[in-house]
Design a binder for this molecule. Structure first.
Ligand code: SF4
Length: 462
């Protein structure tokens, strides 16, 4: 889960300019919304300040996916509300998924919120801030939920929170799948592909501003184009993105396993820019659980897919996520998941324990697994994966890897970079000894050692 407070952009010379503190929570899709809102806020003349207690208004862009995300959001809201009494904060505005999901309920549940803003009102955030600071009518909490959330956002002109040399590139909104555990379709609506011309213009803008790596994101990236009747939309889109000269790395995130077909595998393996890195959330492997999850994947197909990916790309890096403790998960079906994780040896795996989210089909299913057992199972899986990941990291020692530098050297001369198998924020990193390169540079390195999940590398010439 991504969480960030934007670095200071304080214009202290003009004390009359109103200031906004912004807290960005949630996943990369939500981060793109944060970046777009920040640009709108800056363009409207507000100063964006790092210290939220010193701001006139605090905006919290929330995630509402699962209970821990809701809890994190409520704590951030409470912190901002506290600043109304202890700092200079006058108003607190809540945006994003939790605002969309809860609406009035959020105002009722958490004291001190001045405005709740739904997803469809994202691009009106500057006007809403002004209206909230200077209400024309009476005071009190206001909802700006807009119409439905069935539109498609234009994400050009963002103020990036990510370092400029890499950025997220959202290619669609919403999701047409009906996974039983997931709140996303009810929050973000049906799948809508972003028009290709907007994506390409946005990609050129990001690359023109220095991005050499774009992480393609969506709720279901390989569904791109299917809402418009196109089967190979993602492959075709990749073909166009590849033509942007200064773009060097294209990373595909959130590929639904059943949607990874031969054409897409060929596209990835033949491309010099699309990284041999596949993020494919499998969620589980037992067929009964997959059916209960309403996933279209099945064990035999997922096993065959992993074998096919490894046959097509011998250096492919695989990341996945799984859920432990869905209703109906028995000791046997959990043991099957363990055996599969040991067999598949994913390079990276995230495991969530199941949360019965209100409004989802899974929340009302028979056979709920006790919370303690769900957590224990998630811990067991993470322990097994840790051994696999540590061992895989050790296997890199002695290899030569091209690294993209994320941070230049610190006082000890150590920089931070990533090779193609490490996605930003979610994966391990390379610690670059005696780093001479700058953020955004590609350097050739040799792996000297493994440090748990991370690699210790040194620049080499040539
Ligand atoms: S594919 Fe499933 S888990 Fe992913 S956003 Fe869609 S419904 Fe949710």
């Amino acid at each position: 889960m991504f969480s960030a407070i934007l670095p200071a952009m304080v214009n202290s010379e003009n004390a009359n300019v109103e200031s906004v503190g912004f807290i960005a929570l949630g996943c990369p899709k939500n981060l793109v919304d944060s970046e777009k809102m920040l640009a709108e806020i800056g363009e409207a003349g507000f100063v964006i300040c790092e210290d939220i207690s010193a701001a006139d208004v605090v905006v919290i862009n929330t995630c509402g996916f699962i209970a821990p995300a809701k809890q994190e959001a409520i704590e951030a809201i409470a912190e901002a509300v506290e600043c109304k009494t202890s700092g200079s904060v006058k108003k607190v505005i809540v945006t994003g998924c939790l605002a969309q999901r809860m609406g009035q309920e959020l105002i009722d549940e958490v004291d001190g919120i001045d405005a709740v803003v739904g997803l469809g009102e994202r691009d009106n955030i500057a006007a809403i801030i002004k209206q909230t600071l200077h209400p024309s009518g009476g005071v009190g909490s206001v909802m700006y939920m807009g119409g439905d959330n069935g539109g498609i956002s234009d994400d050009r002109g963002r103020l990036l929170i990510t370092p400029g040399h890499w950025a997220y590139m959202r290619i669609s909104e919403g999701c047409d799948r009906k996974c039983a555990f997931c709140t996303i379709p009810s929050i973000r609506g049906k799948f809508r592909s972003k028009p290709e011309d907007i994506i390409l213009s946005e990609a050129r803008e990001l690359v023109g501003n220095g991005a050499v790596e774009l992480s393609i994101i969506a709720q279901d990236s390989n569904y791109y184009g299917r809402d418009l009747g196109e089967k190979d939309g993602l492959s075709r889109l990749i073909g166009k993105l590849e033509k942007i000269d200064a773009l060097k790395w294209i990373r595909l995130m959130y590929l639904y396993p059943a949607g990874i077909d031969d054409r897409l595998i060929e596209t990835i393996s033949a491309s010099e820019k699309v990284l041999n890195y596949i993020d494919m959330p499998i969620q589980h492997i037992n067929d009964d659980i997959l059916k209960a999850m309403r996933r279209s994947d099945r064990k035999d197909k997922t096993v065959a897919l992993i074998e096919k990916l490894r046959a097509a790309m011998d250096d492919v890096v695989l990341r996945t996520t799984v859920i432990a403790g869905l209703p109906g998960e028995t000791d046997e079906s959990f043991a099957e998941l363990i055996e599969f994780v040991k067999w598949a040896r994913f390079d990276a795996l995230g495991c969530f324990s199941f949360y019965p989210e209100p409004g989802t089909a899974a929340a009302g299913m028979d056979g709920q697994v006790p919370e303690q057992v769900r957590k224990e199972r998630a811990d067991i899986l993470m322990g097994i994966q840790q051994e696999i990941a540590f061992e895989k990291a050790r296997r890199h020692v002695g290899k030569k890897l091209t690294c993209l530098i994320d941070e230049g050297s610190d006082k000890d001369g150590v920089g931070i970079g990533r090779f193609y198998g490490q996605a930003p924020h979610v994966d391990s990193i390379c610690l670059v000894k005696d780093c001479t390169a700058q953020p955004g540079d590609f350097v050739e390195t040799e792996v000297l050692a493994a440090n748990d999940y991370d690699l210790i590398v040194q620049e080499i010439s040539g």
